[in-house]
Design a protein around this ligand. Structure first.
Ligand code: SF4
Length: 640
């Protein structure tokens, strides 16, 4: 399609205008669509930062639908996947007046596993145990569901303990040796995806596939002409996770349980496996007990004292392996358990031995631990993956650039020859917002910082009658703020950790005088357009906590290479997080609000300039009264 045609598709009088109620032509959208059109024609990878309000989803969908035979689009979460597949994609097809075979594919844990359901239906401890009601509901639903997508069964919560028993993992799936393979929901969903012209996936699934972890079924997503990665700022972390190798306490316990469950269908095997299974259970219980007092995460040196426990677990896994190899031929489930015991033993051995190219770290929740080996360098494996696929890669997000540059992103992903584009915001930040950086706050490390910040912003939040997000860089500060606000104000507080995210947002919108207090996950993906949100307060510059073992190792590796890690690793990371947080305030052209950054370092340190340069151009005010006056003016205009 000619360049001119794309302008027409997004312009006044276009089909899109007919289809979208509040459509207005946006130059940035056309610019982005044309850049993608050219990148596809030239088969050049492209990185695009498209500010909120660009309309980036349609900007990539239209050229991709017009120019490619087969496309994969990956986004950050299941919600975004659903939104793209059910709202944006039909709209784009409609606007173009074409038809395509499209598919939505989720990770395997989102589909019912018929084999495990059948297996655990016979196991009283699960069928009649703690989750018996949920198990009965799944069993009844399983009889009539066509898709097997667990989202259909909303009477059973996503956090129910029944799901691990009735969904599969790559470890426990029997693949094409499964007796129910021909009826399998995972298989059906994947076949549909393989046959489709356009598949919508999420990053976890994409990387699981790319890193060939889903070997139970082979590659699911071969041969696309284009890979569009939306929310691409998440890619470095997702890729690191998927090129990692790990072992968790849950996997070991599940292996012990599944081994015993498999004995139920193979006479004579229990006598051989009972004792080794008990030994594995005892060894993992001992290790979990030692982890009970350990921190939530850390690098290997913090748990070096646990090596004897790991070694006794390795020994127990070997004994179980021996037992399983005697009986593995009797059933596919038993041979699957043998493969898992072998793999767990090998991975644990690898973890204990260590590897120069990998970071060894653990995470831990009250003894439920996982041990991980994460590669320091993801650029090389990603280069190899891209070299193996003929696809053009389009990476886009609202937050990719640091002071107008992408180096920290492209270097990390090994994107050596790609085009780059920044689509500036279509919003008039100078008139829609005010930025207030309170003076005379204590240093962020001071124990009085949170309280001092709250005291300063209170007049502003009273003036806006709540309608405020308070975003914190630590859960400790968040809890401290909740206590202070409850003791000193009458606002309705919606506090992360006290209810589910969706419930908090519903209450924030419906209860007057609400303030939402959030940490990490609330900094992105929360969309509250309109005057329900008029103030966003960010307590500190979001430097990652020093106890993050991956960050710690990345800094060490950068330093060893002679880099100034603070500039090349920590600042870019914090800038992107800050951009995400600031991005909550203005979601559409009619929005207005006050942004408060409660960290004096943004003014007093030289690196503060990089942060300010990376943010949209807000009008800065010196005092709280100016910010309050601005809000009153805006509220009056809206009421008129
Ligand atoms: S093939 Fe795997 S996911 Fe499908 S039913 Fe069998 S074990 Fe479950």
């Amino acid at each position: 399609m000619a360049v001119q045609d794309l302008s027409d598709l997004f312009g006044a009088g276009s089909e899109l205008e007919q289809l979208i109620g509040r459509f207005s032509p946006r130059p940035g959208q056309v610019l982005m669509a044309k850049a993608i059109e050219e990148a596809l024609a030239d088969q050049m990878d492209l990185v695009v930062e498209a500010a909120t309000g660009t309309g980036k989803t349609l900007a990539y969908l239209l050229p991709v639908l017009l120019q490619t035979e087969r496309a994969i689009i990956s986004t950050g979460t299941l919600n975004l996947q659903d939104q793209l597949f059910n709202r944006d994609l039909p709209l784009a097809l409609n606007a173009l007046g074409i038809e395509k075979d499209t598919a939505l594919l989720k990770g395997r844990s989102n589909y019912l596993c018929l084999h495990r359901l059948e297996q655990y239906e016979k196991d009283e401890s699960v069928r009649d145990g703690e989750w018996s009601d949920d198990f009965a509901a799944v069993y009844a639903w399983a009889r009539h569901t066509l898709s097997g997508d667990v989202a259909e069964l909303d009477s059973v919560g996503t956090d129910s303990g029944v799901w691990p028993f009735v969904t599969s993992t790559q470890d426990n799936c029997l693949g094409n040796e499964c007796p129910l393979f021909s009826k399998c929901h995972v298989v059906r969903a994947r076949r549909q995806a393989q046959a489709a012209d356009l598949v919508v996936v999420n990053h976890h699934l994409l990387f699981a596939d790319l890193s060939l972890k889903q070997t139970g079924f082979g590659e699911v997503l071969p041969g696309a002409d284009v890979m569009v990665i939306d929310e691409a700022h998440q890619i470095p972390d997702t890729a690191m996770r998927f090129f990692s190798e790990g072992i968790s306490a849950w996997q070991v316990r599940e292996l012990a349980r599944d081994s015993l469950a498999a004995c139920g269908q193979a006479p004579g095997t229990l006598a051989i496996l009972r004792k080794p299974t008990e030994q594995v259970r005892a060894a993992i219980d001992r290790a979990m007990a030692r982890f009970a007092d350990m921190p939530a995460k850390g690098e290997f040196s913090k748990i070096a004292g646990l090596v004897p426990e790991f070694e006794s677990l390795i020994k127990a896994l070997r004994t179980l392996q021996q037992g399983l190899s005697e009986v593995a031929e009797q059933s596919r489930d038993l041979s699957n358990c043998l493969e898992r015991a072998t793999s767990l033993e090998k991975r644990l051995g690898h973890f204990v031995a260590g590897d120069r190219e990998y970071i060894r770290w653990f995470s831990n929740r009250s003894g439920r631990f996982s041990l991980n080996l994460t590669p320091l360098d993801i650029a090389e494996p990603l280069r190899e993956i891209r070299a193996q696929t003929p696809a053009t890669w389009i990476m886009t997000s609202a937050t990719l650039g640091v002071a107008g540059k992408f180096d920290h992103f492209t270097r990390r992903l090994g994107l050596d020859h790609c085009r780059e584009l920044i689509i500036p915001t279509p919003f008039d930040y100078a008139s829609q917002t005010r930025l207030w950086i309170p003076k005379e706050l204590p240093e962020p490390s001071s124990p009085h910082h949170t309280e001092a910040l709250l005291e300063q912003v209170m007049p502003l939040i009273k003036a806006s009658q709540g309608r405020a997000f308070l975003l914190f860089t630590s859960h400790r500060a968040l809890r401290q703020a909740a206590i202070w606000l409850r003791a000193n104000t009458d606002f309705n507080l919606q506090v992360q950790e006290e209810a589910a995210r969706r419930t908090l947002l519903e209450r924030f919108l419906s209860e007057p005088n609400s303030i939402l207090l959030g940490a990490a996950s609330f900094w992105e993906g929360v969309d509250v357009p309109g005057k329900s949100l008029s103030v966003v307060v960010i307590d500190k510059l979001p430097f990652a906590p020093p106890d993050d073992p991956i960050l710690e190792a990345t800094i060490k590796a950068a330093t060893e290479k002679g880099e100034r890690a603070f500039a090349t690793v920590q600042i870019p990371h914090a800038v992107l997080s800050l951009k995400q947080g600031v991005g909550r305030l203005i979601r559409q052209a009619e929005d207005f609000g006050v942004m408060v950054i409660g960290d004096p370092r943004i003014k007093t340190r030289s690196y503060g300039r990089i942060f300010l340069k990376s943010l949209p151009a807000m009008t800065e005010v010196d005092a709280v009264n100016e910010a309050i006056d601005f809000l009153y003016e805006q509220f009056e205009e809206v009421d008129d």
